[in-house]
Design a protein around this ligand. Structure first.
Ligand SMILES: *Cc1c(COP(=O)(O)O)cnc(C)c1O
Length: 233
């Protein structure tokens, strides 16, 4: 059971079981396959097993990979940018991705909005929030999330879909759940203030169950699908 197809099946089963445990419909959670560092051939295998949405952290790697998979256009692959985003990379992201999960400051959102080609649907974005305090650097602070989300929601060229978080790694499932619950509460507050956020992008290979218990609508899973990453190659 080490093929990508078998791993995908196992991850889908974990998602379904977590949904049952949480009293949720399995269709309420999307699976994003995180293919960073893996070659186009691995993505191809996942596509053959029915997967369509892929997450990438490195802009040029993703653009090259997508070009190698151009023959799969009819399958309708959907590319999500999930990594830290520098200003000088926003144009490539705006031109090549359907989603960005890692918007953590207004300047980045404004550039993405302005650089989104008019012929494409608005870029679907999430505001990334640091729910782990000192233990993590990426994402805006929970205090900044409210103002940032409202400002991003007012831009045209991007469509604010929700919030994303990467809690610090760890095995303590109660701590994991408290981090995910914080993101859910922020989303609920923003919706009470008039936004319409339908996405909570949270949960990875080791903590997707905790995330689904707290309302994740999209889990980002790499290792459990493709195997351990090797950054040296
Ligand atoms: C790499 C990465 C993932 C996937 O993590 P796994 O532990 O391999 O499932 C998910 N989200 C983000 C933002 C990542 O950078």
């Amino acid at each position: 059971m080490t093929s990508i197809a078998a791993n995908l099946q196992a991850v889908r089963a974990r998602i379904a079981a977590a949904c049952v445990a949480a009293g949720r419909r399995p269709e309420s959670v999307r699976l994003l396959a995180v293919s960073k560092t893996w070659p186009a051939a691995s993505v191809r295998e996942a596509v053959a097993a029915g997967q369509r949405a892929f997450g990438e952290n490195y802009v040029q790697e993703a653009v090259d990979k997508a070009a190698q998979l151009a023959d799969l256009a009819e399958a309708g692959l959907e590319w999500h940018f999930i990594g830290p985003l520098q200003s000088n990379k926003t144009r490539l992201v705006a031109e090549n991705f359907a989603w960005v999960h890692s918007v953590d400051r207004l300047k980045i959102a404004e550039r993405l909005a302005a650089q989104r080609p008019p012929g494409l649907a608005p870029l679907q974005v999430c505001v990334q929030v640091n729910v782990s305090g000192e233990a993590s650097k990426s994402g805006c602070s929970p205090d900044q999330a409210d103002a940032l989300a409202h400002a991003v929601a007012a831009l045209s060229g991007v469509c604010l879909r929700g919030l994303m978080a990467i809690p610090e790694p760890g095995e303590d499932s109660r701590l994991q759940r408290s981090r995910f619950a914080l993101l859910r509460q922020l989303r609920d507050r923003l919706n009470a203030e008039g936004l319409r956020l339908d996405t909570l992008s949270m949960g990875m290979s080791h903590d997707l169950e905790a995330a689904i218990m707290e309302g994740a609508t999209l889990v980002r899973v790499g290792t459990a699908i493709f195997g351990e990453r090797n950054y040296t190659t």
